[in-house]
Ligand binder design. Structure first.
Ligand SMILES: CSCCC(=O)C(=O)COP(=O)(O)O
Ligand SMILES: [Zn+2]
Length: 203
């Protein structure tokens, strides 16, 4: 038996923790967690809510097309289609999206290149890469107001080994096999983005 409450609490805890770091400015950001694969169902944040507050209306159960499973007055996140793509194309169990100044500045600095590769960093091990010369590449896509275009670009950028996509002057979407791993990947990407920015200030 699947206990949705258990997944709800896991996602609410991650939301609280990311909120405590100021990672949801201006109601930005959205989170989801998969509760079943056959058929695929996941909880996703309601759109436009204050993600620093914990309420009983924070999440909506949706199907693999991102449509609410039960009748609701709430709107699903405007970016639910990106979460749908992550669950469609990877074996992720949780997907997190945040806007920070650091990930936005990195997205702008490396937009023309279309990716940023992080190397020579201990924290690359957070992605399960333990080689001496390990590196991880984060693809960067253009931001489109049109969600169909954005979803298309996002879908093309997803790769199972990258665990994230950076959207130019928008934010980062990161995933992992479960809530713990998705949060670990998100923290690692944010660390790597911040480090890169600080280093460039001294270079
Ligand atoms: C106010 S932020 C603009 C929308 C956005 O990028 C975001 O992450 C939040 O959208 P949602 O519909 O999930 O609240
Ligand atoms: Zn966003």
């Amino acid at each position: 038996m699947i206990l949705i409450e258990n997944y709800w609490d896991q996602l609410a805890d991650v939301k609280d923790e990311l909120a405590s770091r100021g990672w949801f400015p201006g109601t930005s950001g959205n989170l989801s967690i998969k509760v079943d694969e056959n058929p695929r169902r996941f909880l996703v944040t309601a759109s436009g809510i204050d993600k620093t507050k914990r309420t009983e209306e924070d999440f909506i159960l949706v199907d693999q097309q991102g449509q609410p499973v039960y009748q609701t007055e709430l709107r699903v996140s405007a970016e639910t289609s990106l979460h749908c793509q992550v669950y469609e194309q990877t074996d992720a169990g949780c997907c997190l999206h945040i806007h920070t100044v650091d990930n936005n500045v990195i997205s702008e600095l490396y937009a023309e290149q279309g990716y940023i590769t992080f190397r020579n960093q201990e924290l690359i091990k957070a992605f399960g890469i333990w080689d001496q010369d390990g590196e991880i590449t984060l693809p960067i896509i253009e931001n489109h107001a049109n969600m169909e275009l954005l979803t298309q670009a996002f879908a093309q950028a997803i790769s199972a080994e990258s665990y994230g996509v950076l959207i130019r002057n928008h934010g980062i979407t990161v995933w992992g096999k479960d809530a713990f791993t998705a949060k670990k990947h998100l923290e690692a990407f944010e660390f790597l983005c911040s480090y890169e920015l600080k280093l460039r200030q001294f270079a």
